[in-house]
Design a protein around this ligand. Structure first.
Ligand SMILES: Nc1ncnc2c1ncn2[C@@H]1O[C@H](COP(=O)(O)OP(=O)(O)OP(=O)(O)O)[C@@H](O)[C@H]1O
Ligand SMILES: [Mg+2]
Length: 460
């Protein structure tokens, strides 16, 4: 491992040397520059991981340097040093994409902590990029984003089974990406040029579903004035995606079983079967094994569909995916709306990372879409996020949470509650223990701050 390389920029030679010395003592490689232009040239020519720069400098100042760095080497983290009176400029810098700021006179511990955090984030960003590139090369799954072990398993499975004809059963909570996975299976396989037909089994009444799936002959029932091809026929040669499979009636289940076994469909009211060649992919957010035990789902059909099973974990169980997904959606919606929003303020990202996301990826996507719609800065700020996310782990070691404003006791209390609830995974009993209050008091506080705990167990 090479040592991280830092660049310290300050027009005051003494202060520059002192900071550089302190950082070298920590084992970093340190370059120095005494003005913005020299710093920019240095950063462009030599790989640096982070820049620690004074704000007030003649010629190209800290903000100018920041802008230049965002252009020339966008991955470099920038930490600004602010003297009394330049805090406003520092806040402006954060909005323009600086990683953080530290105030002068410098506290060595604070500086070191900030540098460590900046480097850690840079390492993560690099790792994520590397694994995304590797996956894209191998699987061309541009539209499915993920770096968590759970999602990497999903990518591998897709790559392995997309070329085959095996039925696949995709399970996972609502909004976890079941449909995107179904599409990836189709579009990365030999049937990509043939139809991909989606049938929402929950949306149709019993009789209608059958005729949707298998078609009907003329006069099959009142109103059937012409024969109609079923979706299995329409999808011939391609893929039929049976969404919400857990919702089909026993009668239709039996018919579906026959189609899967014999690769033929018999239109409603007809006597002849039609041969079809379709690959079947099904999805459900129900626990089908539970449905089988309850007598609502046929076990034989389950085994037919579940030749390969792909499970999508809920987003709260793969938090590493949150930043990558957030950036993915930011690019998507910024482009669609012609807005130049390129990143997240650290505090905004912290909020995204702390939220339990009961609506999974769909909820995250909606939150980012909204942030892009309302955002008026080059980066997403906490206030651009939906209001129920406006709550953040607070720690006195993290300056900037409230900017320079001193928070009220209510604000602090609310923030602390959110933090504790997140740490307790929404478990109110545990949260109450941590807070040193009884459950009743906790409930009163939650009501007072109009908060609900994520995934809280039913009140007992
Ligand atoms: N890994 C991912 N990468 C990028 N986008 C994703 C990912 N997972 C989900 N999405 C996006 O999130 C939204 C919800 O995904 P999708 O419709 O596939 O969920 P679902 O599991 O089918 O949900 P439901 O059970 O409610 O139908 C879609 O807009 C989809 O594009
Ligand atoms: Mg779906």
């Amino acid at each position: 491992m090479t040592r991280p390389r830092l660049l310290v920029v300050d027009d005051d030679a003494d202060s520059c040397a002192a900071v550089a010395e302190a950082l070298r003592a920590e084992g970093y490689e340190v370059e120095v520059a005494q003005d913005g232009r020299a710093a920019l040239a240095l950063a462009e020519n030599q790989m640096v991981d982070a820049v620690i720069s004074d704000i007030r400098m003649p010629d190209l100042d800290g903000l100018g340097l920041l802008r230049g760095l965002r252009e020339a080497c966008p991955e470099v983290s920038v930490i600004l040093m602010t003297a009394f009176g330049t805090v406003e400029a520092a806040l402006q810098a954060i909005k323009a994409g600086a990683y953080d700021y530290v105030s002068k006179p410098l506290h060595l511990e604070e500086l070191l902590l900030t540098v460590r955090r900046a480097l850690e984030r840079r390492r993560l960003v690099r790792e994520v990029q590397a694994s995304r590139e590797a996956l894209r090369d191998r699987y061309q799954l541009d539209n499915i984003v993920g770096v968590s072990p759970g999602m990497i398993d999903v990518f591998k499975l897709i790559a392995r089974v997309a070329p085959t004809r095996s039925p696949v059963l995709i399970s996972g909570e609502s909004g976890t990406g079941k449909e995107v996975v179904a599409r990836a299976l189709h579009f990365n396989g030999p049937r990509a040029a043939a139809p991909f037909v989606t049938i929402n089994c929950a949306g149709l009444a019993e009789g209608l579903l059958e005729s949707e799936l298998f078609g009907h002959v003329r006069g099959a029932y009142t109103g059937a004035i012409a024969a109609r091809r079923g979706l299995f026929e329409v999808g011939d040669g391609g893929t039929v995606f049976l969404d919400e499979i857990g919702d089909i009636s026993p009668n239709t289940q039996a018919k579906l079983l026959r189609v899967l076994g014999e690769q033929e469909v018999k239109p409603v009211g007809g006597n002849h079967s039609v041969r079809v060649d379709v690959r079947v992919i099904a999805a459900t957010n129900k626990d089908l094994r539970g449905e089988i035990r309850a007598g609502r789902f046929r076990e034989d059909l389950f085994y037919r569909l579940n030749v390969v099973s792909i499970h999508l974990p809920p987003l709260r169980e793969r938090r590493e995916d949150i930043p990558v997904l957030a950036h993915h959606f930011l690019r998507k919606y910024a482009e669609a709306n012609h807005k130049a929003i390129e990143g997240f303020a650290p505090e905004a990202m912290a909020r995204l990372e702390a939220h339990p996301w009961p609506g999974n990826v769909r909820e995250l996507e909606n939150a980012i879409e909204r942030a892009v719609a309302v955002g008026r800065h080059p980066i997403v700020l906490p206030e651009d996020l939906p209001s129920h996310l406006v709550s953040l782990p607070f720690s006195p070691a993290e300056p900037g949470t409230f900017g320079t404003r001193l928070p009220s006791l209510d604000e602090l209390t609310r923030q602390h509650l959110v933090r504790v609830l997140a740490a307790a995974d929404g478990n109110k009993t545990r949260a109450a223990e941590i807070l040193g209050v009884d459950r009743r008091t906790l409930y009163r506080m939650l009501a007072r701050y109009a908060m609900t705990a994520p995934d809280a167990p039913a009140e007992g």
